[in-house]
Design a protein around this ligand. Structure first.
Ligand code: NAD
Length: 261
């Protein structure tokens, strides 16, 4: 069975592509394959080279630097969206960060600075980007972000990042409740572990990656491509009845408490 999605009349902004392994890029690949016009934002000039390489030869794309915690950067970014596209159909928030110091030690020792950084970058920026996007979003528009199951159950070393993801999921519901009247949907994808730059900063990620695969009903981890396909569903009209949801793509790992062979 094949379902083809035609997004040739649609526009998207993807925030948070650092390199080819980024989940934001896996999502962008699906959007581009469906003919969507896609703008990108990257955190700092240091990341521009990687994105330029990925976008080389692609049509209808552009990129602009924007630190998502900067109101000025967001104002300039959405001015660019307006200038390039006029209006916006899809927003992808693929941004997360917690200082290493918050993940190395005990959760009880989390400092206010690390708490504020993790919550601000990983959760509040969904709210601020949604606010900037709102005037440009068409009816039928869709916002998608990325979360992780450490919001619901304790995953060793995720610490304040688990709290930040819980905030992101709650923010998704509040945004969905407010933006639904304008026909805009807001959902978050709970992805299983994937080997990306952000994941490499989590102590013990390698061992956790192997354990999650072994415990999952499908006997493996989900792939970035599978994240991209779920995002395509949620961002397009295929997901038109869904809003405020945390949707899992993790090969089923989150349903298991233990697996006995
Ligand atoms: P990644 O490192 O490729 O992407 C994270 C992105 O966040 C980077 O592009 C980085 O530049 C950006 N970012 C960080 N701080 C920013 C700021 N202040 N302003 C703008 N951008 C900023 O890693 P990824 O794994 O693709 O992460 C994308 C999202 O997926 C994150 O929300 C992450 O928590 C989530 N996620 C990842 C996994 C995994 O195992 N990799 C699992 C579930 C959810």
């Amino acid at each position: 069975m094949s379902i083809s999605v035609d997004l040739s009349s649609k526009t998207a902004l993807v925030m948070g592509v650092a390199n080819a392994r980024s989940l934001g890029w896996a999502i962008a690949e699906q959007l581009l394959a469906a003919g969507c016009r896609v703008g990108f934002s990257y955190q700092g000039e240091r990341l521009k080279g990687e994105l330029d390489k990925l976008l080389a030869g692609k049509e209808g794309v552009w990129a602009q630097q924007a630190d998502a915690t900067s109101e000025d950067d967001l104002t300039a970014l959405f001015a660019r969206v307006k200038a390039e596209f006029g209006t916006l159909d899809m927003l992808v928030h693929s941004i997360g960060f917690a200082p290493r110091s918050a993940m190395d030690g005990r959760f009880v020792d989390t400092t206010p600075e690390d708490w504020n950084t993790a919550l601000s970058v990983s959760a509040y920026t969904l709210v601020s980007t949604a606010r900037h996007a709102e005037p440009l979003l068409n009816a039928g528009g869709s916002i998608v972000s990325l979360t992780y199951h450490a919001s619901q159950q304790v995953v060793p070393k995720y610490n304040v990042m688990g709290v930040a993801k819980a905030a992101l999921e709650a923010a998704t519901r509040y945004l969905a409740s407010e933006m639904g009247a304008a026909g805009v949907r807001v959902n978050t994808i709970s992805a299983g572990p994937m080997r990306t730059i952000a994941a490499r900063s989590i102590p013990g990620f390698g061992a956790m990656y192997e354990k999650a695969a072994a415990a999952a009903p499908l006997g493996r981890n989900a792939t970035p491509e599978e994240v991209g396909k779920l995002a395509l569903f949620l961002l397009s009209d295929l997901g038109s009845g869904m809003t405020g949801q945390t949707v899992y793509v993790d090969a089923g790992a989150s349903i298991m408490t233990m697996k006995v062979d």
